[in-house]
Each structure stands twice: as C-alpha cells, then as structure tokens.
Design a protein around this ligand. Structure first.
Ligand code: NAP
Length: 259
C-alpha cells in the first residue's frame, strides 16, 4: 500500500533509538525526507545510516535536547517546514511521587508536554497553509492505564492529551490531523533499562523478569518497535485525514477498558 507521503518532509524527535527511530524508518520507507533529532551525535549518525541503507531516503540529523528551546530550534533549523511532525522525548523517571520535587515535575512538564506544544506551535500554521499536516505525539499507555510508579508520566502526559483534544478539532478541516500514540511495553532500551534497575537487587535475573512481564501481556510478548513505526506511518498517510484527536493504545490488549 502506497501511503501517499513520498516527498513529504518529516521531523521525528527523539529518534536515534527505540520508537522514534522506528517511526522515522517507516516514514523513510514511504519516501518521506526525514530529519531525526536526539542529543547524541554518534547514535544519531548510526541511526541515519541504518535508515538510509534500508530506505534509500534522504535523512538529515539534528543534535539537540528537544526539551529545551535551543534543541527545538536546532531541529526546526534542520527541517523548517515539516509536513509531518512526530513529537517525542525521553520519558520521565519512575518513582514514588513523595520523592519528586517541584523541579522534577517541571522537568517532566518541559520534556513531555511543552516540547510537543512548542513544536506544534512552530509548525502547525505552515501545515494549515499548505493544506497537509500530520502530527503524532508519542505519549504512553499510562494515559489510559495509569501505573502508580509512573506518577510524572501519568500526570504530565494527561496535560498534553487535553491540549491535543482541543486543537486537533480546529486543524482537521485544513487536512492537518493531530493524534497521540500510546505505547504499552515495547522492547526498547528504555524498557530494558527499567527492568535492569528493578532487578539490581538480584532476587531474579533481568531475563527472568523480562520473560515474566512479557508473558503477562495478553499478547504474550512485548511490542516490536517496528509495529509501532508502521502504525505511525499509517496515521501520517494521506488516508488518515479523517482521524484526529485520537489516543491509540498499542499495548497487546493490556488496557482492559472498553473505550
Ligand atoms: P529509548 O529506546 O530509550 O529511545 C529514546 C530516544 O530518545 C533516543 O534516541 C534518545 O537519544 C532520545 N532522547 C531522549 N531524550 C531526549 C531529549 N530530551 N531530546 C532529544 N532526544 C531525546 O526510548 P523509547 O522506548 O523509544 O521511548 C520513547 C518514548 O515513549 C518515551 O517518552 C517513553 O517514556 C515512551 N514510552 C515508551 C514505552 C516502551 O515500552 N518503550 C512505553 C510507554 C511510553 P539521546 O539519549 O541521544 O537523546
């Protein structure tokens, strides 16, 4: 299926690894010109080489922290007028909310709410003028299925979700859609890092903990980032112009709610 986005410019943030990279890979396979942003030059260069080799697409890199204005400006300088924006950033740390200070909350706010809002602010009017735009925020299944240890993620991402719920109804008549993708457990460095931290005490090995958690998911496994990237590419396609303001949980059915 040709998704009809060949030649479109895509800015994918936090995309040298994991879910962001998988989104960039699938957009590049569809012929989009992709700019990937992250903080570390080496892993960005490696990701760009992988994507180029796989897709033959033009891939531009932008080094910077998208939680900061400076980092976002670097990303936007590399891709000033994106037709597709995948807003993503590293997730906040887990922990008991009693341990989090105001600064911790502000850091999560900057990374997981304001970074998306500022990137949308900088790009949405150009998309409206060009009559095509696809904006995806990578949030978390925790928005619908909150996890007590992820207080920062539960709270801050809910704020972004509310913002998108309003704006996405204003932009859709201009063929500019805004949707959120809500990953459950996907097999990425972040997921494995969490298991590593939790199994340091040695009560069970990391492999045992990973296998147990994967088996507990209705699908009997973790998600493959490739599946996430393909879903993102579809939502960025010309066929997805009537899908906006949605929160799509991709978690193997772990969220049990009917709505
Ligand atoms: P990952 O595999 O650890 O990859 C994170 C990517 O983001 C890397 O390329 C990293 O590169 C980049 N990055 C991190 N902070 C950044 C920043 N401030 N500015 C620019 N780039 C940044 O993580 P992931 O699993 O793909 O997670 C992506 C998002 O999905 C996170 O918000 C995470 O909380 C959320 N999520 C993931 C899962 C899951 O199971 N994987 C589940 C729910 C939610 P640098 O470090 O070089 O910047």
């Amino acid at each position: 299926m040709d998704l009809g986005i060949s030649g479109k410019r895509a800015l994918v943030c936090a995309a040298s690894k994991g879910l962001g990279k998988a989104c960039a890979m699938h957009l590049a396979r569809e012929g989009a010109e992709v700019t990937i942003a992250a903080r570390t030059l080496e892993s960005l260069e490696a990701a760009a080489a992988d994507i180029r080799q796989d897709s033959g697409a033009k891939v531009i890199i932008a080094v910077g922290d998208v939680a900061t204005e400076e980092g976002r400006q670097a990303a936007l300088a590399a891709c000033p007028q994106p037709d597709i924006l995948v807003a993503n950033c590293g997730g906040p740390p887990p922990g008991d909310f009693r341990q989090f200070s105001r600064d911790d909350w502000i850091k999560a706010f900057d990374a997981n709410m304001m970074s998306s809002i500022e990137l949308i602010k900088a790009t949405v009017d150009g998309m409206i003028a060009r009559k095509f735009g696809r904006i995806i925020n990578i949030t978390s299944a925790a928005v619908k299925n909150p996890i007590p240890m992820l207080a920062l993620s539960n709270g801050i991402r809910a704020g972004l979700t509310g913002f998108v719920a309003g704006l996405s109804r204003e932009t859709v008549r201009h063929n500019v859609t805004i949707n959120n993708l809500l990953p459950g457990p996907f097999d990425t460095d972040r997921l494995r890092g969490g298991f590593l931290a939790r199994t340091r005490s040695g009560a069970q090995s990391m492999e045992e903990a990973v296998a147990k958690a994967a088996a507990a998911n209705p699908a009997g496994r973790f998600g493959d980032p490739d599946e996430f990237g393909a879903t993102c590419a579809f939502l960025c396609s010309q066929y997805a112009g009537y899908i906006t303001g949605q929160n799509l949980v991709i978690d193997g059915g772990d969220y049990r709610g009917m709505l």
